[in-house]
Design a binder for this molecule. Structure first.
Ligand code: ATP
Length: 301
């Protein structure tokens, strides 16, 4: 069942269209990734969903209602969260809990529960200024979860982190998936692959592709022949481009990637060419394009 339904969401900044007719559906209990390169419109979309920016037009329905003020039902972690660095982690969470309306005792309990869940209870009494990037983001996640939101919105939660911090925060998001519905943005496909159920790829403010991970993999993967050669043969590369079974050819000095429509025909012809052009082949692999290939194609075409 859809928790949030977004229809034709659009945002203009003067003559710049940051988000253009974005429609998406966030099903209850799912983790949705909004995936796109820099400047694609992720933050603008997220800010509209979080109620921080007014759409130029388009609608956002929360649990079927367009009228409802749902802001107290969402938890939000901005791309650049601002912490009171002089506070301890626990003080900060108690403060956030009280701001969200929890009475004193409950605020402390909730803060302790979340510090534990996020694996930072040992740093609870340390000033935030001493936290690593990954710990700060986990504290940010705890703050966003303090009032048990129905939807957790995270703007690039791992982009600024080193590999360890990234792993820690992705693990936490995986844990939070069991408790609530999540929408997060990222420009890195791997993050989306790690934790999301549904992916929306956004480019120049528009959704260019969407689906479950499995759907995207099954529907869009294409056979590819990858050949490593001792040297590049321009004449043969030119000939390859003329074959009807070839969808795309990309080559570096040592490697040729040939996306094909008919893998048997392609293999037979290419093997013949290798003999007739006397190509010195080091490796010859037949496989499928990856989600990474699809993502790069969609954000660059
Ligand atoms: N307040 C604003 N005024 C004018 N233009 C804006 C404003 N905010 C965003 N934009 C423009 O809207 C477009 C989308 O920006 P947005 O920040 O939503 O992208 P993003 O996908 O979040 O990028 P990043 O990954 O770099 O954060 C960009 O061209 C940006 O310059």
């Amino acid at each position: 069942m859809s928790l949030v339904t977004v229809t034709d969401l659009t945002k203009h900044f003067a003559d710049n269209t940051a988000v253009n007719n974005v429609s998406l559906s966030i099903d209850k209990g799912k983790c949705i990734a909004l995936l796109g390169p820099n400047g694609a419109g992720k933050t603008t979309t997220i800010k509209m969903l979080a109620g921080l920016l007014k759409p130029t037009f388009g609608t956002i329905q929360f649990e079927g209602s367009e009228e409802r003020d749902y802001r107290n039902l969402i938890g939000y972690l901005p791309q650049y969260p601002a912490f009171y660095r002089w506070m301890t982690g626990k003080e900060y969470l108690v403060y956030a809990a009280e701001l969200s309306g929890l009475p004193d005792g409950e605020a402390k309990e909730k803060a302790e529960e979340l510090l534990k869940m996020m694996g930072i209870e040992e740093a609870a009494k340390r000033r935030i200024s001493t936290y690593s990037g990954g710990m700060k983001q986990r504290l940010g996640l705890a703050q966003a979860m303090i009032h048990d939101p129905k939807l957790l919105i995270l703007d690039e939660p791992v982009s600024a982190l080193d590999p360890v911090g990234r792993y820690e925060v992705l693990e936490m998001i995986r844990k939070l998936k069991e408790k609530t519905t999540i929408l997060f943005s990222t420009h890195i496909l791997h993050d989306a692959e790690e934790v999301s159920d549904d992916i929306y790829i956004i480019r120049n403010g528009e959704i260019v592709l969407s689906g479950t991970l499995q759907e995207l993999q099954e529907e869009h993967q294409q056979p590819v022949i990858v050949i490593e050669t001792a040297e590049k043969n321009e004449e043969w590369l030119g000939q390859l481009e003329t074959y009807a079974f070839v969808a795309n050819v990309a080559s570096t000095r040592a490697e040729i990637r040939i996306e094909v429509n008919d893998v048997d025909e392609a293999r037979n012809q290419i093997l013949k060419d290798i003999l007739s052009f006397n190509i010195k082949v080091k490796t010859f692999k037949v496989g499928y394009t990856s989600l990474e290939d699809l993502f790069i194609k969609k954000v660059t075409e």
